[in-house]
Design a protein around this ligand. Structure first.
Ligand code: AHR
Length: 511
């Protein structure tokens, strides 16, 4: 190997064997670019399992250190990610949520049952004020999902007035409940998965309802970006039919897309979070890489309806890993362990979102704390950061950067009947003119070299996240098993080769 890997790295590449093959990156540094919307790093907070209750909200009287009921450890960890936007309150939950249940004195709020997610108690302690104050303190934009399934256009319109009005009875009611200045609703969706949990209605029927609700969904001040609830990866035509509605395009700035990665692709037996065979590692990689085709498919639909990416966006407001819940967990809480496999999935998808940042204006990983591919897991007072958290942390320089177009020649990762490129890459120019490069090695066992000489840089400095096993993960007892480590490569302006071990994500700045 022509390059020297700095000593700080040497001890960290515990699984680095002989490199199987070399990938090559080509880049035209003068080609036009597009901005990676920071909102691509958005999060999703639905009332499911122990999110928000326990995972985010513990209440002001809790022994767990908190600020106004929000636990400090989780908040500080999220704050460090610079979360750009949070979607709330669902998901499927949104279509059974009635906002008036979640305002006013805590003691007076009705106790309901979360009928969507396992019949768990819904105390309504985490409501409108708690969410908007949480987002405000985080410095995150807000993405509100209105109830179309069991709500009315009036209920939605009233909620928006309550949140955003300066004057009038609803503003006064908000003030009486402790909030003087209005909040901002930055993004708004009406309905969720209307082909499924959101009512099982046809695309045409939903389009009519959307247009009706959206006509009255006004905020005081700046209007939110309005997002139609669209298709998932297996029913792309749903979006196509919605957009045939004659008025809908004037009542929306974008449409959503949901794409989950199930290791097996089978909703009845999705596959385990840990202890899975390599066949499920491989199928996970193959299945998650379909994201590129699904986005292209939706982009073509938008173009067919004369909705150019400059003015009408694709919002992937649910994506991530979904595995079988531990059978011992009852009721369904969607709590799952997150391993290095999840981190690889995160890196692959983020690279794809960057590559499609012309049309993808926001994404929201499902979800934030204790649900599906979470950033953070909690157990009572304990908290652990998942490998996915570390990927989001390492990728922060990409938020708002200019994506560079690259041509990548990658060796394959082959297992059984699965063949996928082993290496995935994304590069962008940050505000200070530097280039940030992300490299993901999706191979379960082959290390690779990546020739990045095309950038003309002589040094790569950043961090690496690697799993010793396919399912390496952090636990409350061993929270640092999968941790980013320093990564430095010295080369010359015409010779810079990076060693990317199997099962790793590397993010570096090039100088
Ligand atoms: O993220 C969990 C659920 O997945 C959401 O509530 C729903 O929209 C989707 O089916």
């Amino acid at each position: 190997m022509k390059n020297r890997i700095a000593a700080s790295l040497a001890g960290l590449l515990f699984c680095m064997g002989s490199a199987a093959a070399q990938a090559t990156l080509d880049v035209d540094l003068d080609a036009p670019t597009h901005t990676i919307a920071p909102e691509i790093y958005g999060q999703f907070l639905e009332h499911v399992g122990t999110q928000p209750y326990g995972g985010i909200w513990v209440g002001p009287d809790s022994d767990i250190p908190n600020t106004d009921g929000i636990r400090d450890d989780v908040f500080d960890a999220l704050k460090a990610l610079d979360v750009p936007v949070v979607r709330w309150p669902g998901g499927c939950f949104a279509d059974l949520y009635h906002w008036r249940d979640g305002i006013g004195p805590q003691a007076d709020r009705p106790a309901r049952v979360n009928m969507v997610w396992g019949g768990t108690p819904e105390s309504n302690e985490f409501g409108t004020h708690e969410f908007f104050n949480f987002a405000e303190r985080l410095g995150a934009k807000t993405y509100l999902n209105l109830n179309l399934g069991t709500g009315t256009a009036k209920e939605g319109a009233d909620w928006l007035e309550y949140i955003t009005a300066e004057t009038g009875d609803r503003a006064e009611e908000r003030r009486a409940n402790g909030r003087d200045t209005p909040w901002t609703v930055d993004y708004l969706s009406i309905g969720n998965e209307t082909w499924g949990c959101g009512g099982a209605i046809t695309a045409g029927a939903y389009a009519d309802l959307y247009a009706q609700f959206a006509s009255f969904a006004k905020t005081a001040g700046d209007q939110p970006v309005r997002i139609i609830s669209g298709a998932h990866d297996a029913n792309p035509e749903y979006a196509d039919t919605i957009l045939e509605h004659p008025y809908i395009a004037d009542l929306a700035e974008g449409i959503s897309l949901h794409v989950y990665t199930l290791p097996t692709g089978n909703w009845g037996k999705k596959g385990a979070a840990t202890g899975f065979p390599e066949a499920e590692w491989a199928s996970t990689m193959k299945r998650t890489l379909r994201m590129a085709d699904v986005i292209e498919e939706q982009k073509a639909i938008l173009e067919k309806h004369d909705l150019p990416a400059e003015t009408f966006g694709l919002y992937v407001d649910e994506w991530g890993m979904w595995v079988d819940q531990d059978e011992a967990t009852d009721p369904p809480a969607l709590y799952q362990q997150g391993s290095i496999r999840d981190a690889i999935v995160a890196g692959l998808n983020l690279n794809l979102f960057h590559a499609h940042a012309d049309v993808v204006k926001m994404t929201n990983i499902a979800q934030m704390v204790n649900v599906l591919q979470a950033m953070i897991l909690t157990d009572g007072p304990d908290m652990v950061l998942t490998p996915t958290y570390h990927v989001f942390d390492m990728y922060q320089p990409f938020m708002g950067a200019e994506a560079l177009e690259m041509n990548l020649q990658s060796p394959d990762y082959v297992f059984g009947d699965v063949t996928v490129p082993a290496i995935s890459a994304s590069a962008a120019r940050t505000e200070d003119g530097r280039i940030v490069l992300a490299l993901v090695n999706a191979s379960a066992h082959d290390d690779h070299l990546v020739d990045a000489s095309a950038f003309g840089a002589s040094k790569a400095t950043g961090r690496i996240l690697q799993g010793e096993e396919m399912d390496s993960h952090n636990t409350f007892d061993a929270p640092d098993r999968v941790q980013p480590a320093p990564y430095i490569v010295d080369g010359t302006a015409d010779d810079l080769v990076l060693s990317i071990p199997a099962r790793s994500v590397v993010v570096v700045t090039l100088d």
